[in-house]
Write a protein that binds this ligand. Structure first.
Ligand SMILES: O=C(O)C1=C[C@@H](OP(=O)(O)O)[C@@H](O)[C@H](O)C1
Ligand SMILES: C=C(OP(=O)(O)O)C(=O)O
Length: 463
């Protein structure tokens, strides 16, 4: 760490489990790499377990959510091995698929708090013989699951809750017979795009394939569904998504693959936000030229907030100015907590819309963001489908993370601009980024641009 960035406590957890968020005395000037994409890693893990031969994931994410997925697939009979790779964030993974003739095998699946595990794995369990019991963290029992359970029941699969009746949330058991006929299925996926992705990922393995239709309010996080469709096509699965709210997956094999996982562009967000929060520069090399990750939206979001954003020779460079501009953002999906943290530091008002379903994420993110921003003296309010955040002078205090990795990283962003912020349970970032405190400290340690006044932001006035 250079002398230009204060707070030598970066990366340490305080006695009360509070992480003193490092405060940026000067503009950050850093080049950062982040681990592999959670969404891509867990999709490719699912497909590898269902494929027609052994597959390899290069530079995958190693985190709690990916470990939970690996654990689930092993329970279902897949063989997942770590093999040396060339990525800086851990080994590659080789996957031998779930054998089709493994007999009757019972399984216990720990979903943790991972939406991808609790939604993607139950349809896989229906495709093999045996009982698979699903449960997770306490809050996982409150996340929306009814749509996926009802979908399986409509497909002829037996799903029982603790009392024996059809449940609407974790815990439950799926009684697989080894075969699902498939066909036309209508669901309401307005609470999560993961319901659609979950069924599309297995659809080719249904005897008749799958014609999935969404009926209800709009489906959130459409980028994630488009990612699912693109990944499926990449492994030889035919998907027709030419009619809005309809996805037709032809029956057929899922081709084994050897795939390099892109870095997690959503998790790049807090580091890029650090450029704005400190009025400095953050570069991320190997930014994909074409990607299905929602995190590619950082390029427009951060431009709208007043940053200078360039993508040159594969490196994304974000330079913050003297002030962060407030703006209106629709459908920011999993990027919303990071966006909200920047909005709380902005000089003008912001509105985030199209994110009502965040109430069913790791925590009720709309309520949590309002409570924690306002707890630091901010001015945030919930709307029907999002947040309004107005400029306010912030002060130090504790940011609670609610077991939500993105609340914890939002606290870290605020702490760069506001002295005296502590994040409760920074360890929860392990859900998708186990090294977050170290990566954050490394970013700060790299040096700093010449001092500039960050006093243009409400947070900056606290310096
Ligand atoms: O399919 C995926 O990998 C994801 C889909 C989105 O879920 P929702 O549609 O529930 O927002 C996103 O928020 C989540 O972080 C990851
Ligand atoms: C909503 C998220 O996760 P999950 O995959 O658990 O839904 C997220 O990572 O922001």
């Amino acid at each position: 760490m250079t002398g230009s960035i204060t707070d030598a406590t970066a990366g340490h957890i305080g006695d009360a489990g509070h992480w003193p968020a490092p405060y940026a005395e000067r503009p950050i000037d850093a080049t950062v790499r982040v681990p592999g994409s959670k969404s891509l890693t867990n999709r490719y893990l699912v497909l590898a377990a269902l494929a027609d031969g052994p597959s390899r994931l290069r530079a995958p994410l190693h985190s709690r959510d990916s470990a939970l997925m690996v654990g689930a697939l092993r329970q279902l009979g897949a063989d997942v091995r770590e093999v040396p790779g060339d990525g800086p964030f851990g080994p590659d993974l080789e996957v031998t698929p779930i054998p089709s003739d493994s007999g009757v095998l019972d399984a216990a699946i720990d979903c943790g708090l991972a939406g991808t595990v609790m939604r993607f794995v139950p349809p896989m369990a229906a495709l093999r013989k045996g009982v698979s019991v699903f449960d997770g963290d306490p809050h996982a029992r409150e996340r929306p699951m009814g749509t996926i359970i009802d979908a399986l029941v409509a497909l002829g699969v037996t799903v029982r809750g603790e009392a024996g009746a059809t449940p609407s949330s974790l815990p439950f058991r799926v009684e697989g017979t080894g075969e699902v006929r498939g066909g036309h299925l209508v669901i309401d996926a307005s609470a999560s795009s993961q319901f659609v992705s979950a069924l599309l990922l297995v659809g080719a393995r249904f005897t008749e394939g799958l014609h999935l239709e969404h009926s209800g309010d709009s489906v959130p996080s459409l980028d994630h569904i488009n990612m699912t469709v693109a990944v499926l096509r990449g492994v030889g699965v035919e998907v027709d998504d030419s009619t809005p709210n309809h996805w037709i997956v032809s029956p057929g094999p899922i081709r084994a693959f050897d795939e390099r996982i892109e870095q997690d562009l959503s998790n790049a967000g807090p580091f890029l936000a650090a450029a704005l929060a400190s009025g400095g520069t953050v570069r991320i090399p190997d930014w994909p030229e074409h990607t299905t990750q929602v995190g590619d939206l950082w390029r427009s979001i951060l431009t709208d907030m007043g940053a200078d954003v360039t993508l040159d020779a594969g490196t994304l460079t974000v330079t913050g100015g003297d002030a962060i501009r407030g703006a209106d953002f629709a459908d920011t999906s999993e990027l919303a907590p990071t966006v909200a943290a920047l909005c709380a530091l902005a000089t003008g008002p912001s509105r985030l819309s199209g994110i009502a379903h965040l109430r069913g994420h790791e925590t009720d993110r709309l309520a949590a963001l309002v409570a924690e921003i306002n707890g630091l003296g901010g001015d945030a309010q919930e709307t029907d489908d999002g947040l309004v955040i107005r400029p306010a002078k912030l002060h130090g205090g504790v940011v609670r993370s609610y077991a939500d990795h993105r609340m914890a990283t939002a606290g870290a962003i605020l702490g760069l601009a506001v002295r005296g912020v502590e994040v409760q349970d920074i360890g929860t970032t392990a859900k998708t980024m186990p090294d977050f405190p170290q990566l954050w400290a490394d970013m700060l340690a790299q040096g700093s641009a010449p001092a500039h006044s960050s006093a243009g932001t409400p947070g900056g006035t606290q310096h």
